[in-house]
Design a protein around this ligand. Sequence first.
Ligand code: DSN
Length: 421
Amino acid sequence: MGAEPSYGPDFGLLQKQDPEIAQILIDELDRVRSGIQLIASENFTSPAVLAALGSTLTNKYAEGYPGRRYYGGCEVVDRAERLAVDRAKRLFRAEHANVQPHSGASANLAAYAALLQPGDTMLAMALPHGGHLTHGSKVNFSGRWFDVVSYGVRRDTELIDYDEVRDLALRHQPKLIVCGATAYPRLIDFTAFRGIADEVGAWLLADVAHPIGLMAGGAIPSAVPYADVVTMTTHKALRGPRGGAILCTEELAKKIDRAVFPFIQGGPLMHVVAAKAVAFGEAMRPEFADYARRVIVNARALTDALAVDGMRAVSGGTDTHLSLIDLSALGVSGAEAERRCAAAGITLNRNVIPYDAEPATITSGIRVGTSCVTTQGMGPQELEEVGTLVSRVVRDPACAQEVRERVSALLAIHQPYLSEY
Ligand code: DSN
């Protein structure tokens, strides 16, 4: 692998023509190389994915679908989209794939557009309990346009309350049930959701934007056999370009395709579609299955190390790439912990925990994930140390410099875009 993949072959030209932007590219690569990235929704794409993203495919208008475009000259980009669709179908054993959504939010918007009319009732996980903005938050289109009923986690176990989900479904008869979350560290019981959806005659949508990479690698059970529609992002644990995709049954294929284009989107981003094909191809390799397994092993090592120092894992642990950590016992807010870690070169995000008394800007918790550090080649031993470093600097901000030195030592061995993929 080259040492400076994000610069591309014409980086010299960019430096000459637009030194300000060139410097930003350099600074961002330096930033991730000089700190530990624990944001659970981020990852480092391969240089091959970056190469596809930085290609001339960005120039092509291709509204429509392969073989059915509204522009001429699409015969080459058609091949990229066909490959992306075929690989997604094979990788996830899905009947149909649409690889055009620009993001996870767009994928959800398209899925709702395919299955619902404005004013219809949907049942989804509450944002403060780990759901997503597009699962019915009042500040989002989903909460504005649909009649949203929310379920959450139990106060005692901090696990999804499947009895509550069923009761709410029976009472409100939603047309759509959404499962999936952004800050839920445990496996979701798709069989239970399927059963509830069948009982009330609802569609089941699994928004697995976060764990789809772990499903691709076979490290956790897939949602595909259970859900009518699966929405995802391609840039989290899956390690592809920033974007979204939708998998669905053959029965819903036409509805989903029409909802993506022409209903919510115009021209697809063909360079991103090509990069998605690259990422799906990479995820089919045995090394990716090993990667997905190691992400979870690392998340457990990190979670256990944090717990030793009183940083309690919500629900008691993790089955995935992320943990939600309750800082209440330390008397430090999530926002303050985020700042203290940043001062020591550790990037993570504050996050509300279930039943949090603090608002989303402050929070009582943080969220950590291991997709990035695993891509960098770190293992459980390193993650144990990372846990200790997080806990030291959160408890005592005066340790920031000392912690930063240990962070640098770890990064000297495990730098992004220098280790092998
Ligand atoms: N922003 C993403 C996350 O961090 O989980 C969800 O869209």
